[in-house]
Design a protein. Structure first.
Lengths: 315, 304
């Protein structure tokens, strides 16, 4: 990996971010009516609407508004929340912890579960274990995560009482284990469908690698099945898995919005939904922007890691 | 003599010039469909999907009660001979709402597929065929794909307001870039084939080359992608309605049924099982059809 490649990849992000900011800016201006009226609702007085319109600068030409929006972003200023009496950035930072922990937790579940079942499937290609796991994976991607979450609550929290049904105590208050304990059910509900996707990819790439000449050579040399699988097949089969991590993360962030609502976890997903009923558009914009940024950065890192994981890829 | 020709009469048929006309075409298609359904799971998926379509079409006839008719006296009844799947917190029949919910799910899913596929095919073809448009269009698509699906849809719904039409608009905006990317790479591949070059050399106009030569050869990935998007869109509509930003609460939708069921989970667990199962079965049917179509149309991925 050369410095020139790194620089080129970073420059390539610029147009993507440009589109992202246009879309996020557009959320407020997409509606046919007056954004200030939209935010305050029908009962607000005309004076209030005029005041908000002035304080948001909605009187100015649209491109000036966009430029000042982007200018604010570059200074780290996401605007002021209309309902929470603090800046959008502060509001987001207060609620970001549960979402980060939940997403990473379910990412780990998805990768571990997906890779293990994928390996089992490939090793028992076309036998019952493979068929069973493949069917399970197909069912796994089809079950909506929020319904799975509801069933988990009913069975494991209400019926058996093994896990807490809802909520999330911050790590600073109750410690890491209590916080994670609250997230076991949500993380599994969120991670399983992604595990199914990773399982399918691991299986198919492993089957591909089994066909390669170097595997045949290893077997011909008399290497044990274990050595062949671990040293030759797995190391090669896991590279494609790495590339989908960016996509999996996007799906998890997406799913977190829904799963946080199911389990009443006070994260960014719940914040975005409650902001909709409060018509707090700056907060909605902030959350959408933040998740898009995370996605772009993670994908860049995955691409860069790709070149480290697979030395054959050179730029 | 017969030993020399493998496969007997079919070999003989092949030597004859193909009779022109529709009949032949119809038989060819039927033969392909039969081959497709030889995979059991595709057949099951198609049968289940067909049943769902019929349920949605004849919802008014099939539903024993009105899906919106409230009856305070019969609140939260458990399943009985009168209410097969019980009643909800407002005394509405769960089965009738489930049956009518199929309509909303399938309409939202199908319309999103149609709109996003048409938009995706247009954008993807332009990007793949005209190198000058490529960078601009695909950077815009990359930007749109940087948003997590549900979050972008939620934000669009916040701006547009909760109606079925807006759900379709939001989901189409979310999925069109994904189709565009697939169409673009397919077009790029076909564009380099000798027959497209030949058509260009013969002086065919671009519109004719795209319509007659390129798009027909890109159909397989488009069909496969459309099937999967149908599955995603059904799930996404349910998620949006579950979050309260999808179709309005008065409309019986599987997602909004689940969000009500959540509040009565311990009192009335029967409210929770049917809508979720319905979503899962619909998505499973579409996913199996998609898997089957992909193996069938693009054997390269048959092991995926």
């Amino acid at each position: 990996m050369t410095a020139a490649y790194l620089l080129r990849r970073v420059i390539e992000i610029v147009p993507v971010l440009l589109v992202v900011t246009v879309v996020v800016f557009g959320i407020l201006h997409l509606t046919p009516g007056d954004p200030a009226r939209l935010m305050l609702g029908d009962i607000a007085s005309e004076e209030d609407v005029t005041r908000l319109r002035q304080s948001l600068g909605l009187e100015r030409p649209i491109y000036i508004q966009y430029l000042s929006f982007v200018g604010g972003l570059l200074r780290g200023d996401l605007g002021e929340s209309l309902a929470l009496d603090r800046s959008v950035l502060t509001a987001l930072l207060e609620r970001v912890e549960p979402t980060i922990v939940l997403t990473l937790f379910s990412l780990i579940i998805a990768v571990v579960f997906g890779v293990v079942t994928g390996i089992l499937s490939a090793m028992h290609h076309n036998r019952w274990a493979d068929q069973f796991i493949s069917t399970l994976a197909l069912v796994g991607v089809s079950i909506p995560n929020f319904w799975l979450g509801l069933i988990f609550i009913l069975v494991f929290a209400v019926e058996f009482g093994w896990f807490p049904a809802t909520g999330y105590p911050p790590i600073a208050e109750k410690g890491v284990w209590r916080s994670l304990w609250h997230l076991v059910l949500p993380a599994v509900a969120l991670g399983l469908s992604q595990a199914a996707i990773i399982s399918r990819i691991t299986r198919s790439t492993m089957l591909d690698v089994f066909q390669q000449d170097f595997v045949r050579t290893a077997v011909a040399k008399g290497a044990s099945r274990q050595i062949v699988v671990v040293r030759h097949v797995l190391t090669n089969a896991l590279v494609p898995v790495l590339t989908v991590i960016g996509l999996v993360l996007a799906a998890l962030l997406s799913g977190a919005v829904v799963v946080e609502t199911v389990f009443a976890i006070p994260g960014l997903g719940r914040l975005v939904i409650s902001s909709i009923s409060r018509r707090d558009y700056p907060v909605i914009q902030g959350i959408v922007l933040l998740t898009a940024l995370v996605y772009v950065v993670v994908n860049l890192l995955v691409d860069l890691l790709y070149t480290v994981a697979d030395p054959r890829i050179r730029y | 003599m017969r030993q020399a020709t493998h496969g007997g009469s079919s070999q003989g048929d092949r030597l004859k010039p193909a009779p022109p006309g529709r009949r032949n075409e119809v038989f060819r298609v039927l033969a392909s469909v039969k081959r497709l359904f030889r995979r059991r799971i595709v057949l099951y998926g198609a049968v289940v999907f067909l049943i769902l379509v019929l349920v949605a079409v004849f919802a008014d006839v099939l539903a024993p009660f009105s899906p919106t008719g409230m009856n305070v006296r019969s609140r939260l009844h458990s399943p009985s001979s009168e209410f097969w799947l019980g009643t909800d917190n407002l005394g509405r029949d769960v089965l009738s709402r489930l049956i009518h919910g199929a309509r909303i799910s399938l309409i939202a899913g199908f319309a999103s597929v149609v709109v996003s596929t048409v938009a995706g095919v247009i954008i993807g073809t332009l990007a793949g065929y005209y190198p000058r448009a490529d960078t601009l269009l695909m950077r815009i698509m990359d930007g749109l794909m940087a948003f997590p699906v549900i979050l972008l849809a939620v934000a669009l719904m916040a701006a547009l307001g909760p109606t079925l039409i807006n759900v379709i608009i939001a989901l189409s905006a979310v999925y069109a870039p994904r189709t565009a990317r697939i169409v673009r790479s397919a077009v790029l591949g076909v564009k380099q084939t000798p027959y497209v070059e030949a058509a260009g050399a013969l002086g065919s106009r671009n519109a004719r080359i795209i319509g007659r030569h390129i798009l027909p050869n890109c159909l397989s990935p488009i069909i496969v992608q459309a099937t999967f998007i149908f599955a995603y869109a059904v799930q996404a509509e349910a998620a949006l309605s579950f979050l309260g930003v999808g179709v309005p609460p008065s409309v019986p939708s599987w997602g909004s049924m689940l969000s009500e069921a959540r509040l009565y989970m311990t009192q009335a667990p029967w409210m929770m099982i049917p809508p979720g199962l319905a979503i899962a079965v619909t998505v499973l049917a579409l996913n199996s059809i998609g898997d089957g179509l992909r193996d069938f149309l693009d054997p390269r991925f048959s092991d995926l």
